[in-house]
Structure formats: C-alpha cells, structure tokens
Design a protein around this ligand. Structure first.
Ligand code: HEC
Ligand code: HEC
Length: 232
C-alpha cells in the first residue's frame, strides 16, 4: 500500500466505525437542508446575531478564551452545531438556551452571516510544530490508526467546503481547541457523526492535544517542512 492509499484506508476505517448508542446528530444533509443552508441570508443573520454578540463579539469573534470564534467558519458546520445544541446532541446549557428559539431558517441565516465575516486571527502565532506533530497533521499515524488531520480539515486547517459540516480550525483559540479535543476524548462532546473525532481523540495523549491546539491556533504558518520546501 502506498502512503496515499494508506491514508485513505485509515480515513475510511474511521468513517465506518460503528455507532454506539443513539444518533450523534439529527442533521441529515438532504437536498432540502443543503439548499436551505446555501440560501441563508446574511443580512437577516446579522440582525439575529444581536442576541449572540454579547458573548460572541460584534462579528462572531471574541477574545474570551472559552467562547469559540465564528467568523469565517464553514456555514454547514455552524448550522449543524446550532441544530445539535437545540436538540441537545451537543451539550452546553448556555448554547442550548440560545439555540432553542431559533428556526431552521434562522440558523441558516446566522450561518451565512458568520461565514461571511473576516476571521480575526489572521497572523497566527508562528509557533512551529515539532516533527512528530507535523507528521500527525499531514500523514496521520498508521500504527495507531489515526488519519491525517489534513485529510479532513484541510492542509492549513481551513476546513473543507466539499464535506458538509467540516469545520475550519485555524481561526480558533488554543484553549478552545484543546477543550474540544478533551471533551471529544471523554465523550462529553458526542455530536460527531460516526464518532470520527471521539475515536481519533481517544488515541491522542495530553501532550499531543496541547501541541495540536497550539499548532492550529497558529496554523497560518505551515509546518516547518512544508514552508521550507515551498521556498526552494
Ligand atoms: C452566554 C454566552 C453565549 C451566548 C449568548 C451565545 N453563545 Fe454561542 N457559545 C458560547 C459558548 C461558551 C460556546 C462553546 C460551548 C461548547 O463548548 O459547546 C458557544 C458555542 C457556539 C457555537 C459552536 C462553535 C464551534 O466552533 O463549534 C456556535 C455556532 C454558536 N455558539 C453560535 C451562537 C449563536 C448563533 C448565538 C445567538 C443565537 C449564540 N451562540 C449565543 C456562548 C454563548
Ligand atoms: C475523518 C475526518 C476527520 C479527521 C481525520 C479529523 N477530523 Fe476533526 N473533525 C471532523 C468533523 C466532521 C468534525 C465536526 C464534528 C461535529 O459535527 O461536531 C471535527 C471537529 C474537530 C474539532 C472541533 C472544532 C470546533 O470548532 O469545535 C477539532 C478541534 C478537531 N476536529 C481537531 C482534529 C485534529 C487535531 C485532527 C487530527 C489529529 C482531526 N480533527 C482529524 C472530522 C475529522
């Protein structure tokens, strides 16, 4: 098996992991749902955002460490998270309360608004991951059946619009990224379809979670090896 085939095989293995318990999300990407989200009205979303800006800031981004940034995030991902909070597939008392009164269309409008905002964390921390973390991000780890983060989240953590509900990671704060990975690992966050992130995070050590969070919080800069290659 060459490297690419190996990566794809590991991704498929992760995707076909059996479901345990109830569904992790009630969102199904039917044609109607996709159309609804694509047709979101960002102007209407901006008005609705008035109820959210106290915590999430004017444009969806805030310095508060444990409140995630929303500006520039994939719209399908935002829509799915709001649905999941409303149905309590993703647990957060704060967010379930905020999502409860929203209609499907409201969620699509809000998602359009956030997706259209400019992310605040353009510069990145410039922190370069060590070789082991660079390899995990770009290639995964076949010995532990961990697929490459890049395969799903994009080469620079930019997300993947071709894969409904795939979040970008590069505009997030380090604290939030490590919190999300830790709660996937403990199962406290369980709204990832096919357990994709719960299964991956279970194989990560505390140190790896910390380094991955630091890497993505500064992911505007590519891993050292890739950056060096591009200069040549
Ligand atoms: C009282 C503060 C507060 C308010 C008000 C609030 N949020 Fe949140 N929001 C949070 C916190 C804290 C989280 C992270 C919760 C978690 O870890 O699941 C969050 C998470 C989210 C997420 C998930 C982001 C991700 O990266 O997964 C979305 C989307 C979101 N909020 C949208 C909204 C919208 C839309 C509104 C208004 C209708 C709103 N929020 C109102 C505090 C708030
Ligand atoms: C097979 C595809 C896949 C791979 C590989 C993958 N992820 Fe994910 N990841 C997802 C999906 C899908 C979600 C969104 C889950 C949901 O709907 O809540 C996600 C969510 C996340 C989140 C939460 C984002 C947020 O805003 O709350 C983090 C952090 C994350 N992944 C980090 C990683 C890291 C680090 C790696 C590599 C070790 C990785 N992922 C590998 C598919 C993947």
């Amino acid at each position: 098996m060459n490297r690419r085939t190996a990566v794809i095989a590991v991704v498929l293995a992760a995707l076909s992991a059996p479901l345990a318990g109830g569904p992790s999300s009630h969102v199904a990407w039917t044609l109607d749902t996709v159309k609804l989200v694509r047709g979101g009205d960002s102007k209407k979303g901006q008005t609705l955002h008035g109820d959210c800006s106290g915590c999430h800031g004017e444009t969806g981004d805030t310095d508060t460490p444990d409140v995630p940034n929303l500006a520039g995030q994939e719209r399908f991902y935002i829509f799915k998270q709001l649905q999941d909070y409303k149905s309590k597939s993703r647990a957060s008392s704060m967010m379930s309360e905020s999502a409860a009164p929203l209609s499907d269309r409201d969620m699509a409008d809000l998602a359009a608004f956030y997706a259209a905002q400019k992310p605040s964390r353009g510069a990145g921390s410039g922190r370069r991951p060590d070789a082991a973390i660079s390899a995990l991000v770009a290639l995964g780890d076949g010995t532990r059946l961990i697929p490459a983060c890049d395969a799903c989240h994009g080469r620079r953590g930019e997300g993947n619009p071709g894969f409904y509900g795939m979040p970008g990671l590069r505009n997030q704060k380090e604290v939030d990224l490590s919190y999300q990975l830790t709660t996937f690992r403990s199962g406290e966050r369980g709204n990832d379809v096919y357990r994709v992130m719960r299964d991956i995070s279970k194989k990560l050590t505390d140190d790896e979670i910390a380094s991955l969070a630091a890497y993505y919080a500064g992911a505007e800069k590519k891993p050292a090896t890739a950056a060096a290659q591009e200069k040549k």
